[in-house]
Design a protein. Structure first.
Length: 368
């Protein structure tokens, strides 16, 4: 009898153990992407919607040539992938002294929509090397064997051959340090002394006049972007300092977060603000979108230095994205309400008028 019970229990638990074994196998399975190590680089055609190559189609593999470099292919553009995207961009700038070059590609089967999206995303991220669009569709260049199960595929190269391929599925902030380590594998470590750096720069300067001109243009654009970032940081610092001074000069009760003392009865009517004055304080409405695409487009849309033509393109992309579902449309409504709650901070007059137009159309009764 005991033997029968033991046999039944053993048989009943066998499927469970098998499921656990399969689960462990699936968990431990590493996703592979990219061509085998040592594979000769083949063309990787790209289109640059913005940046030094704006409006150009070019072969990114030929642009890197025999130098150390990296391709980052974006299968799925999400906020979680930003540490890797920014990490490679920073490494590309820093290790350019050693001849390192990198290109980040967005993979998409809709070129028109992808170009519009990249203008918004690049306007928001402000990368030294803006993201380009792969001209080989959602699967990327055929010879690169990219795995669509990955969120990002990183291909490192040296001497015109593949050095290593890495698939990113669960990206986090720690991956930025990993990117630097991987870049050092193909480019080497940076020198520390100014003399060594100057000598290295001189050695890596191209002798061809056209290539030297191209390098000068790239460096000038990077310097311009850095200056813009510095100017924005200075402006933010000045605003912060002004707010700090206003806080320190505020009445004692207000500084501690307590309301000021109530006015005397005789002055109550004089102290009470007029109705129109009370309505001047901005009332926050809406909220930021949870959708990464809408969030990225909103960041570019509300910038007060965005040109009118770019604003129109971004707005068209927002409309298209919002039309994909009721949930996305509701998020777009909320984000425009939030934007218009702070007119002095967010968007140009043209952008605000488009936001108003969107909200007006959203509020209009739908015809049966």
């Amino acid at each position: 009898m005991n033997f029968r019970i033991a046999a039944v229990l053993a048989l009943s638990f066998t499927p469970v153990f098998a499921q656990e074994a399969e689960s462990e196998k699936a968990t431990s399975e590493v996703i592979k992407t990219g061509p085998p190590v040592g594979t000769e680089l083949t063309p990787a055609m790209a289109y640059a919607p913005v940046g030094p190559r704006a409006g150009e189609e070019f072969d990114a593999a030929a642009a890197i040539g025999k130098k150390p470099g990296a391709f980052l292919f974006i299968h799925e553009l999400t906020r979680n992938g930003l540490p890797v995207i920014r990490g490679l961009d920073r490494a590309g700038t820093e290790f350019s002294l050693l001849g390192f070059k990198s290109h980040t590609f967005l993979l998409s089967d809709d070129r028109t929509a992808a170009e519009t999206k990249l203008k918004a995303v690049n306007g928001s991220l402000r990368l030294a090397s803006p993201i380009v669009l792969s001209l080989d569709g959602v699967d990327g260049p055929g010879n690169y064997a990219l795995n669509r199960k990955a969120v990002l595929s990183l291909i490192l190269m040296k001497d015109g051959k593949v050095h290593k391929s890495v698939a990113f599925t669960d990206v986090n902030a720690e991956d930025e340090a990993l990117i630097r380590e991987l870049v050092e594998e193909v480019s080497g470590t940076l020198p520390q002394s100014p003399e060594e750096i100057r000598e290295l720069v001189a050695q890596n300067l191209p002798t061809d006049e056209e290539k030297l001109k191209e390098l000068a243009v790239d460096q000038t654009m990077q310097i311009r972007q850095l200056r813009q970032q510095i100017d924005r940081l200075k402006e933010q610092r000045a605003q912060y300092a002004m707010k700090s001074r206003m806080t320190s000069n505020a009445p004692r009760g207000e500084m501690k977060g307590r309301p000021p003392a109530a006015p005397e009865r005789g002055n109550a009517a004089k102290s009470r603000p007029a109705p129109e004055e009370a309505g001047n304080s901005p009332k926050r409405e809406g909220k930021p979108p949870e959708d990464p695409e809408l969030n990225g487009m909103l960041r570019a849309f509300i910038r007060q230095d965005t040109e009118k033509a770019a604003i129109d393109e971004i707005f068209a992309s927002i409309q298209k994205r919002a039309s994909e579902s009721d949930e996305l449309h509701a998020q777009a409504v909320d984000m425009f309400k939030l934007m218009l709650s702070f007119r002095d901070r967010y968007g140009t007059d043209h952008a605000q008028s488009l936001a108003e137009q969107f909200l007006k159309e959203a509020a209009a009764p739908k015809s049966e």
